[in-house]
Design a binder for this molecule. Structure first.
Ligand SMILES: Cc1cc2nc3c(=O)[nH]c(=O)nc-3n(C[C@H](O)[C@H](O)[C@H](O)COP(=O)(O)OP(=O)(O)OC[C@H]3O[C@@H](n4cnc5c(N)ncnc54)[C@H](O)[C@@H]3O)c2cc1C
Ligand SMILES: NC(=O)c1ccc[n+]([C@@H]2O[C@H](COP(=O)([O-])OP(=O)(O)OC[C@H]3O[C@@H](n4cnc5c(N)ncnc54)[C@H](O)[C@@H]3O)[C@@H](O)[C@H]2O)c1
Length: 489
């Protein structure tokens, strides 16, 4: 196959002309379609199967709409922070209807034919709409909307890329009250009067930020003693205070004990701390389980019970002989983030090509970054940008590490309109080797500068080497100098 080939889309299994491909992917999220595009570029044939919109969660239901809901208030706030711009703002509140309209535009009005399908076809990959499941070694059964099924054969590999779904905690009355999932929150047509968010992790904190700026009264309930429990404690504390300043009621160490829908706009809620609330809607953002049910895992003697699929560093499914079954993206739980799904696509493509004795574009066909260099940005106000290990994670790995902190304040941050006392930065440094192991940044727009630390960690840079990596003046990146100074350089 030549790499400029245009793919074809089949809406039903009976339209398919060829039942045999080099690589078959179940799921068209970033994991599935990046793997398929990479192998197609190297001359293999690839088919991606999806039962929902082509593109998966990120472009329609997760990253893109959630960031769209956050951006307008953030832009307004940034202008509000700078005199000269501030005086021109006649209304400090966003136009919520216009925010939803912009969201609809950014998700192509939930029509995958506008951007996603053409993008995949352009990469030389074929698409089939339908539900896929494993049907034995290198076999995938697909059932399309017309009810007809077909068994497809993979000559080389099958990739399970079916993503994840929200967990609904077992709380009396919760499931019956028809709560919002993150999809409902990112796709809403209007802002509810009161929104109780269950789960103070990434999705919960981001949606709390978005909706409080739409004028919704938000109550954020988290079971752990801190919000954003996976980031450095201080970063979570700063975001908690910021959310409270933005009128969000934050309830850590709290669980819901009873939920009861009264009518279409009223839900009564009781908490483990004895509080009662009457809210218009509940959003459940309490983590996710892997989409492993009903995808035929029994055919390869694996449980299809919602647990994560165990893979090795080349993303080969463990316990299945023959090096043909891969699992990429959220389904393996290694780093459930869009950029890491894209990375998994590149890694698995390299592993597949290497197994075929072909030259692979990547030097490594092992997802080593999953273990020590995963970046992540929480798009709250302020943002929390992280990469690598936190101090707790370093300790759990038995690494003797030193923790260095500084303020975010630089001339660049001042010019940006960030108050001098806002923001924070930290490094985790390996005491022995002096290498950078982790970085956390808290502040406006810091998501744009964390990549410098990712490069430093992947490159194995030491403090001594970082001292020669000079950030430009006057930029927020000069926070790297603050940290160097705190480290004694
Ligand atoms: C609210 C929210 C916001 C987020 N924001 C960010 C962000 O800002 N940045 C970031 O990096 N990450 C973000 N994430 C995480 C990110 O969305 C996921 O990590 C990513 O989308 C997972 O991609 P995937 O390819 O593994 O699966 P998915 O994108 O979930 O794709 C799986 C696909 O498989 C299909 N499928 C499932 N079963 C079958 C079957 N049997 N047959 C056929 N098709 C099937 C589904 O229809 C779906 O299209 C966010 C998540 C949420 C919930
Ligand atoms: N900006 C981003 O990159 C971004 C944004 C949103 C989501 N995501 C990804 O999507 C995935 C899902 O996000 P999430 O926020 O749902 O998961 P999460 O694991 O980040 O947070 C879930 C939170 O819910 C809490 N929780 C669980 N059960 C609870 C209960 N019964 N009562 C109260 N609290 C409870 C947990 O303690 C945890 O803090 C994550 O992998 C996340 O990385 C990423």
């Amino acid at each position: 196959m030549d790499s400029t080939r245009q793919g074809s889309i089949y809406n039903n299994t009976s339209d398919l002309q060829n039942g045999s491909y080099d690589v078959l992917c179940i799921g068209s999220g970033w994991a599935g379609r990046s793997l398929a595009a990479k192998v197609a570029r190297e001359g293999l044939t690839a088919l991606v199967v999806d039962e929902d919109l082509i593109g998966g969660e990120c472009p329609f239901y997760a990253c893109i709409p959630s960031k769209a809901l956050l951006r307008s208030s953030e832009a307004l706030d940034a202008a509000f922070a700078v005199d000269g711009a501030k005086q021109r703002i006649t209304n400090p509140k966003v136009d919520v209807a216009a925010v939803f309209q912009r969201r609809d535009m950014l998700v192509s009005n939930y029509d995958d034919n506008q951007v996603l399908v053409p993008m995949v076809l352009k990469s030389g990959v074929d698409l089939l709409r339908g539900r896929g499941k494993l049907a034995g070694e290198k076999k995938v059964e697909v059932t399309s909307a017309d009810g007809k099924s077909i068994i497809l054969e993979a000559r080389t590999a099958v990739a399970l890329c079916t993503g994840s779904s929200p967990k609904i905690p077992d709380i009396p009355g919760l499931a019956q009250c028809n709560p919002w999932s993150p999809r409902d929150a990112t796709g809403a047509k209007h802002a509810p009067e009161t929104l109780l968010i269950l789960g103070a992790g990434v999705a919960g904190c981001e949606m709390a930020t978005a909706y409080t700026h739409f004028g919704t009264k938000v109550i954020l309930v988290g079971s752990s003693d801190r919000i954003l429990p996976k980031v450095e404690k201080k970063a979570g504390d700063i975001v908690k205070q910021a959310l409270q300043n933005q009128h969000v009621e934050v309830l850590p160490e709290t669980k819901l004990t009873n939920v009861e829908r009264v009518d279409s706009d009223t839900i009564n809620v009781k908490t483990s701390t004895g509080q009662s609330f009457q809210v218009s809607q509940i959003l459940v953002a309490a983590g996710r389980h892997a989409n492993t049910k009903g995808i035929g895992l029994e055919a390869v003697n694996l449980p299809g019970d919602g647990s994560l699929i165990n893979v090795d560093d080349s993303l080969l499914v463990q316990g299945v002989p023959g090096k043909w079954l891969y699992a990429l993206g959220d389904i393996n739980g290694r780093a459930p983030l869009t950029h890491m799904c894209k990375y998994h696509g590149r890694i698995a493509a390299s592993a597949i090509l290497k197994n075929l004795g072909k030259e692979a574009p990547l030097a490594h066909s092992a997802a080593i970054a999953d273990h020590h260099a995963t970046p992540s940005v929480v798009f709250t106000w302020p943002q929390v940008a992280t990469v690598g290990l936190t101090q707790d994670e370093a300790a759990r790995k038995g690494i003797k590490a030193k923790f260095i902190e500084s303020s975010l304040f630089t001339v660049g941050s001042l010019i940006h309109g960030i108050p001098p006392d806002e923001g924070w930065a930290s490094w985790v440094i390996d005491e022995e080797s002096q290498r950078l192991l982790g970085m956390t940044l808290v502040g406006r727009d810091v998501g744009e500068i964390i990549h410098a630390a990712t490069v430093a960690i992947v490159g194995g840079l030491t403090l001594q080497q970082l001292a020669h990596a000079i950030p430009s003046f006057p930029t927020i990146s000069e926070v790297f100098l603050n940290l160097l100074e705190s480290a004694g350089f």
